[in-house]
Design a protein around this ligand. Structure first.
Ligand SMILES: C[S@@+](CC[C@H](N)C(=O)[O-])C[C@H]1O[C@@H](n2cnc3c(N)ncnc32)[C@H](O)[C@@H]1O
Length: 378
């Protein structure tokens, strides 16, 4: 039994490796000015302390780009779409009354911390000019592959839970295959005008591209004066708690929105930079190092999350100064700050249950009780 189990895990690992190989090869073919994809012999493999980032990519692929993730997407994305449609409605293609303005692709929406880009492309597919933003290079490379790789549906088979050894029900569960993408980015984008008889506008005829992606830190990019008052909407999904100082995110969102612009938030407050994470990380590092049989060299400056299941296990040793800066406000305090900046609440709902990158076959799952709110810049 164990021999066949090890063989299955080995094959699962190879399939995962094939995904990463193809993802990197795609970047080399289209974006990098290097002659070929690096080989194993070219340099050291990813340090042990960074390997969870590849796992985070595999888990996000399930959440965002597989049919297994449909339930999670429905829990988070559907209420966001409802809020968008209620507070920033766009007319159906071809349904504009004489004299009225066609609002298709007239509103500019930003999704910071968008992971692998599914939420922004779904928003663009509903008639908004939408930009995704991400700062993790792992997420940027994988989202680029998913969005621009021209992959057919179910092109890749991955085994996202192949490293799981605890809380397993059936021996085959960890090597369960998952197909990605469930739908291509093109198919998602083209649904809006299908069967309407209306020709979708060309990007060149619009004030902004229908879909775009910006790589970089949210506050550094969108805190720039050139963004002030330029956006109609910001959508944050499982993102607010990635701020070392949450007031900086709120300030940036307020500054970049036009007056009357809206901010839709969905997610918990699992602050990524809380000091506990640093302490926990030190313990984890010790464990990892003792498993390796010695002290590793890596002093990660990673954007690790805690032991929460939300996305990434920690890898930082606590030396990143953001752990010392971290401000962990309660939801009520966040609300107070949001109102203090000059936002008015249009909608508020606490306690919406949401999973985040969970293996639903596992004997242990984390269910978040999230906050959904929509506020308007006065
Ligand atoms: C918890 S994940 C949520 C991903 C996605 N919104 C979802 O709901 O599936 C948070 C994401 O925000 C990104 N992130 C964290 N801090 C960021 C920052 N300052 N600027 C841009 N992206 C950031 C992380 O890399 C990660 O992909």
């Amino acid at each position: 039994v164990s021999t066949s189990k090890l063989g299955d895990i080995r094959r699962a690992g190879k399939a995962n490796q094939q995904f990463f190989h193809d993802m990197v090869a795609f970047q080399y073919d289209h974006f990098f000015d290097f002659p070929r994809v690096p080989r194993k012999t070219d340099g050291p493999p990813i340090p042990f302390s960074q390997m969870h980032r590849n796992q985070a990519v595999l888990h996000s692929l399930v959440r965002e780009w597989s049919s297994e993730g449909a339930e999670e997407r429905e829990q988070c994305f559907a209420p966001i779409m409802e809020q968008l449609a209620t507070h920033l409605p766009v007319n159906a293609p071809g349904s504009v009354l004489a004299g009225a303005t066609d609002t298709n692709y007239k509103y500019k929406v930003l999704v910071p911390g968008c992971g692998l880009g599914r939420l922004p492309i779904e928003i663009a597919a509903r008639g908004y000019c939408c930009q995704g933003n991400e700062f993790s290079v792992y997420m940027i490379l994988a989202s680029n592959y998913m969005l621009n790789g021209n992959l057919a549906a179910d092109h890749h088979t991955i085994h996202p839970w192949a490293d799981k050894i605890c809380n397993v029900v059936a021996a085959a569960d960890p090597v369960m295959p998952v197909q990605v993408p469930d739908r291509t980015a093109n198919a998602i984008l083209s649904t809006r005008f299908e069967g309407t008889g209306v020709e979708p506008p060309e990007d060149g005829d619009l004030p902004f591209p229908k879909f775009s992606f910006a790589a970089g830190d949210f506050v550094q990019l969108y805190g720039a004066a050139s963004h002030a008052g330029q956006w109609d909407c910001v959508v944050t999904c499982f993102f607010l708690d990635t701020a070392p100082v949450v007031m900086e995110y709120i300030e940036t969102i307020h500054r970049m929105l036009r007056s009357g612009g809206i901010w839709i938030n969905m997610g918990p407050l699992l602050y990524h930079w809380q000091a506990d994470v640093a302490n926990h990380n030190q313990q984890q590092d010790h464990q990892a190092q003792s498993k390796k049989g010695g002290k590793g060299s890596g002093k990660g400056k990673g954007k690790g999350k805690g032991n929460n299941g939300q996305s990434q296990p920690p890898d930082d040793d606590g030396s990143d100064e953001r752990y010392q800066q971290s401000v962990e406000l309660s939801y009520e305090e966040v609300k107070h700050v949001v109102q203090g900046f000059g936002f008015r609440y249009l909608h508020e709902e606490l306690g919406r249950p949401c999973y985040y990158s969970q293996d639903r076959r596992s004997m242990m799952n984390t269910l978040y009780s999230t906050a959904l709110f929509t506020v308007k810049k006065l």
